[in-house]
Each structure stands twice: as C-alpha cells, then as structure tokens.
Design a protein around this ligand. Structure first.
Ligand SMILES: [Zn+2]
Length: 356
C-alpha cells in the first residue's frame, strides 16, 4: 500500500513577519485544521509526522557557515536580513523547523518508500547560498534537493516551482548543477519581484540546459498553466526521468492574491497538484511537496487545500469567494510564444514541442 505523510510542526506558526507584512504564521495551523475538519488524513491514511529542527550540518548542505552565523546575529539584534525581512530568534527557530520538515519529507520519499510527502511551511525559494530576502531565511527546497544528491546519492532530482514568484535563490544555487533540474513557472519577472527568471537563463557550465524558466503574462489563467504542464512539464519529466520530484509553491498564483497578478482559480491550483502526482506515478518516483506562500488575507489555506486535493486525486471542493476575472484573450498566445521560445533555446537539451 502507498505510504503518505504530512510533515508538520506547530512551532512553524512562529514563522510570522508581523502585521506590516503579508507572510503571517497563522496560515499553517489553519491549513492543518482544514485537513482535519475534512477528515482526509484518516480517510487517506496519511501519517502526520513531527520533524526535528534542522541543525547547522543540514543548513550547510546549501548555505555558508558565515551566512548561518550572520542570520543568528541579525536575529539576536532583531534586525533586518534584507529591506523586507525583519528577523528575530523565534523566526529562526521556526525556519529551522521548516527546513527540518522538508528534510524529513525528502527522507520519507528517498529512503522509506513514501510516494507523497508534504513539508508544510516550505518553499522558501528566495534564499540563496549566502543571502536571504523576501521572507526567505533558509532555502528548504534547495536543502531538500541537495540532501537527495549528497545524502541519498540520487543523480536526477527535479524541482518544479509553481509559485507566482520566480525562485531566484533556488536558481542561483543549482545554476551549474546538472543533477538538479529546476523548472519554474512564474509571473513575468519584468512585472514582479524578483525581476529575474527569464527564458534565456538556462544554466551554465555542466548545468546548461538544467534551468528552465517559464514566465507567464499577467492574468495568465488555468488554461495557460495547463498549456505549460502539457508542453513543458510532462515532456521534461519523460526525458529527464527524475528519481524524485520536489514541487514547491503555495497559493499565490490564485487570482485573489494581493502580491502577484496571475489569474489561476482553485481549480487551476488543483490541476497542478494532480499533474505532479500523475507525472511522479508515471516516472515511478516519489513526490515531495513543499508549500507555504499565498497572500490573500486569511484565505491561503483554501489554495493549499486545492493543491493537496489535486495531489491525492480528491475532487476540487474549494469555493471561490468572488467570481474569476474575465478571460484575457492575449494570455494564451503569449504563453504559446514563451514555450516556442524555450523550445528554441533548449533545443540542444530537450524536445519541447513548438506549435504554430
Ligand atoms: Zn510567491
């Protein structure tokens, strides 16, 4: 029988940047309460695992010791890691639990035969080797992927990043590493932080061809995501043959998000979860899911739940609070253009179907 886990520590509610910021820690317990009230954990036989905090050896899989020390010093002084990221000791304690959850979820899949393991609170993809920003102190996604190659000796790890923001930290960390293929779908970085993550950025050295950026136009909706899944994600999985897929990203592609301007519905988020679970099944590999983001004033858990239900093949039951915006006829042709551009740029490495 398939084994499934959700890795969660209630201490991650302390991963909270305060009232002035959109990343608040109460979303995590709300998500777990929603899972519990729907009764899905028992019904699907999903184990709830409590992780240990990551130690310095774990963090050093990706980050420099100097950076880890700097984080502690800045936190102690209640200072700013970057303009937008105030930190304190409880945030650092919480982020170590988030990284611990990602590592535990990774371990469950790589060593213990779990088919799906979710690390709640993860997806801190804006942190690089020696920097942190945009509420990302340590990069749990990258640490989880590095543990796959360094501790579990995997040779083909795929990260599929579906957060609305490009994962600049994750991209930097693996830019020259061919063992970790980084495929990221995000809002056009010309129009959104972190202002990097363009199709031309395809990796360097041995890693050339192993970074794939798919920027979507503003207001890109479910149909655009479906096009990317069909024409980029699925063919890359078939050709790369990952030994594990790590997906990250929360609810911020949803049309009600306050920070991003994509136009996905809960159904669109559901279809991401469904596509990854199916692809992992076909590739006969495990699937680690790291989820956190989304900025919609107390509705974040609905998007996270839509992703979850897609992963487990449950019906999509989340109701929209307001009707979706009307379809912008320009978004599909523009997505098609980006995919055709990627097909050319990556022609030496992958076959991505060019249409039109
Ligand atoms: Zn985001």
């Amino acid at each position: 029988m398939d084994k499934h886990a959700i890795v969660y520590h209630e201490g991650i509610a302390e991963y909270d940047f305060g009232e002035e910021y959109s990343l608040r820690g109460d979303r995590f317990p709300r998500y777990i309460h929603l899972l519990e009230s729907e009764g899905v954990l028992d019904r699907l036989g999903i184990e709830l695992i409590v992780p240990e905090p990551a130690d310095n050896d774990d963090l050093c899989l990706v980050h420099t010791l100097d950076y880890i020390k700097k984080v502690d010093e800045v936190a102690e002084a209640h200072g700013y890691l970057s303009d937008d990221t105030p930190i304190n000791p409880s945030i650092v304690k919480a982020v170590r639990l988030i990284v611990g959850a990602a590592l535990t979820a990774g371990d469950a899949v790589a060593r213990k035969g779990y088919t799906i393991a979710q690390g709640v609170g993860g997806g801190l993809h804006h942190a690089g080797r020696d920097y942190g920003e945009a509420w990302c102190v340590f990069n749990d996604v990258a640490i989880c992927a590095r543990a796959m190659t360094e501790r579990h000796s995997l040779k083909r790890v795929m990260i599929f990043d579906t957060d609305a923001h490009a994962g600049n930290g994750t991209m930097d960390i693996f830019y020259s590493d061919p063992r970790v293929l980084y495929l990221t779908v995000h809002q056009d970085p010309m129009t959104l932080y972190p202002n990097t993550g363009f199709p031309e950025q395809i990796g360097e050295g041995d890693g050339r061809g192993y970074t794939i950026n798919v920027p979507l136009p503003r207001r890109a909706d479910d149909a655009c995501m479906a096009m990317v899944i069909e024409r980029v994600f699925k063919p890359i999985v078939q050709q790369f043959k990952p030994q594990v897929i790590i997906r990250n990203g929360g609810a911020d592609p949803h049309y009600q998000d306050e920070l991003a301007e994509l136009g996905l519905s809960y159904g669109g988020l559901w279809s991401i979860g469904r596509a990854v679970a199916k692809a992992a099944e076909e590739a006969n590999c495990g699937f680690v899911d790291l989820l956190c983001g989304g900025y919609s004033q107390g509705r974040e858990e609905k998007g996270l739940y839509a992703l979850f239900s897609g992963e487990y093949g449950l019906p999509q039951t989340q109701k929209e609070d307001v009707p979706p915006p009307s379809h912008d006829p320009s978004v599909l042709p523009r997505t098609d253009e980006v995919i055709n551009q990627l097909s050319n740029l990556l022609a030496d490495y992958w076959e991505i179907e060019k249409i039109g």
